[in-house]
Design a protein around this ligand. Structure first.
Ligand SMILES: Cc1ncc(COP(=O)(O)O)c(C=O)c1O
Length: 387
């Protein structure tokens, strides 16, 4: 790939940190099974313990509250389906899921139905913030679990997670928070604490979003909270997730987390403002007006009248990797379920673009990026005018 490319898709994934690559190379030399009692097995177990230690420090929880999984998707599935499988109270049959959750939570709905639960959608406002009044009206003593993400992966909107936890707990319901987009970002504190009412019971993270490898996630399971495995087998991960652990991946995840704790990513706020201001001057309409409620490196919105897919293809040719944030099916972008939930029409939803900043995106680089983006926008407008 050319060194001149500008990567603005950090919400999709991030490059591996050198420390993670090194730890993975080292772990590749450790072939022991972490469940074995001999020297080789114990060496492998130490690698996993050290990663778990780093993750629990980053989360601010106990060592034993971290369960390694195969992805953020699996963690969220384990939270929702695992809580449903473990539920022993037959009156609790409702599971409330925000309408803007990632598909890894939304798509548990049919499975929940098969298990005899009633998934209920929590609506959001036009800027994708959860409607707290609607949540108050929906949650009751029949609610097993409420799942609302910490920040939306498309719009970057932070949710009032502490209030959501309080509302859920007032009714004895569990609260699962998908923190895949906020873990180690410093944008807002994770709702993990002294097990207070305003904290979550289950929390999902994924390590490829924080310069670790793909295919490794973790679920925080607050002490005392019960989740049953759907990957059953051995006694790994406190019998919550069977299967010999992904030693190399977990080693890389642990190293990336430790590295972030020692050397946090530079703040991208200034670079974001540089980019956002240039886009605003060219008619860009952000989905969230008040940027205080948005992740530091996140820019999401529309150039009204311009199809996002065409723009993104042109940007890619121009050297910029960006995204719509929405799912891609058969090579074309679907109208985003998040934008539809916010009340946008299908054609408006197909106009939404997302630029997500991370390590290496400086304000100077954002000036170059703005020039390329605006050139593409203007040329698309000109070709529309000719038609
Ligand atoms: C909010 C959110 N949750 C979950 C996931 C899924 O994580 P993974 O890619 O590790 O399955 C993502 C990834 O895009 C995400 O943005």
């Amino acid at each position: 790939m050319s060194g001149n490319r500008i990567y603005l898709d950090h919400a999709a994934t991030t490059p591996l940190r050198e420390s993670a690559k090194k730890a993975m190379r080292q772990a590749a030399e450790r072939f022991g099974n972490p469940s074995s009692l001999h020297t080789e097995g114990r060496a492998a177990k130490e690698t996993i313990d050290s990663a778990r230690e780093a993750v629990s420090t980053a989360l601010g929880c106990l060592f034993a509250e971290v369960i390694f999984t195969g992805s953020g998707t699996e963690s969220a599935n384990l939270a929702v389906i695992g809580a449903a499988l473990a539920n022993e109270d037959p009156r609790r049959t409702k599971v409330l899921i925000s309408s803007v959750e990632h598909h890894c939570v939304l798509h548990t709905a049919p499975i929940l139905r098969r298990l005899g639960y009633e998934p209920v959608s929590i609506p959001v406002r036009a800027d994708s913030e959860i409607d707290l009044n609607a949540l108050e009206a929906l949650v009751d003593d029949r609610t097993l679990l409420v799942s609302v993400m910490h920040a939306n992966n498309e719009t970057g909107r932070l949710q009032p997670v502490n209030t959501i936890a309080e509302i859920a707990h007032r009714h004895g319901s569990l609260y699962h928070c998908d923190a895949t987009q906020t873990f180690l970002k410093g944008s807002a504190p994770l709702p993990i604490g002294e097990h207070g009412d305003d904290c979550c019971d289950l929390l999902t993270v994924s390590f490829h979003k924080v310069n670790g490898p793909k295919g490794v996630g973790a679920l925080y399971v607050r002490g005392g909270v019960k989740v049953k495995p759907f990957v059953s087998g051995g006694e790994q991960e406190r019998e919550i997730r069977g299967g010999t652990e992904n030693l190399i991946g977990i080693a890389g995840a642990g190293a990336a987390v430790r590295d972030h704790l020692n050397t946090p990513s530079p703040d991208s706020s200034e670079a974001k403002v540089t980019l956002l201001n240039s886009l605003l001057a060219e008619g860009f309409v952000p989905t969230v007006t008040n940027q205080e409620g948005v992740l530091a490196g996140h820019v999401h919105g529309r150039f009204p009248g311009l199809d996002a897919e065409t723009l993104l293809i042109r940007l890619d040719r121009g050297g910029i990797a960006a995204s719509s944030g929405a799912a891609c099916s058969s090579g074309s972008i679907e109208p985003s379920h998040v934008m539809l939930a916010c009340g946008y029409s299908e054609s408006e939803a197909k106009e939404s673009v997302r630029f997500t900043l991370g390590d290496g995106n400086t304000p100077e680089q954002m000036r170059d990026a703005s020039e390329i983006i605006l050139k593409c926008v203007r040329s698309m407008r000109e070709s529309r005018a000719v038609l």
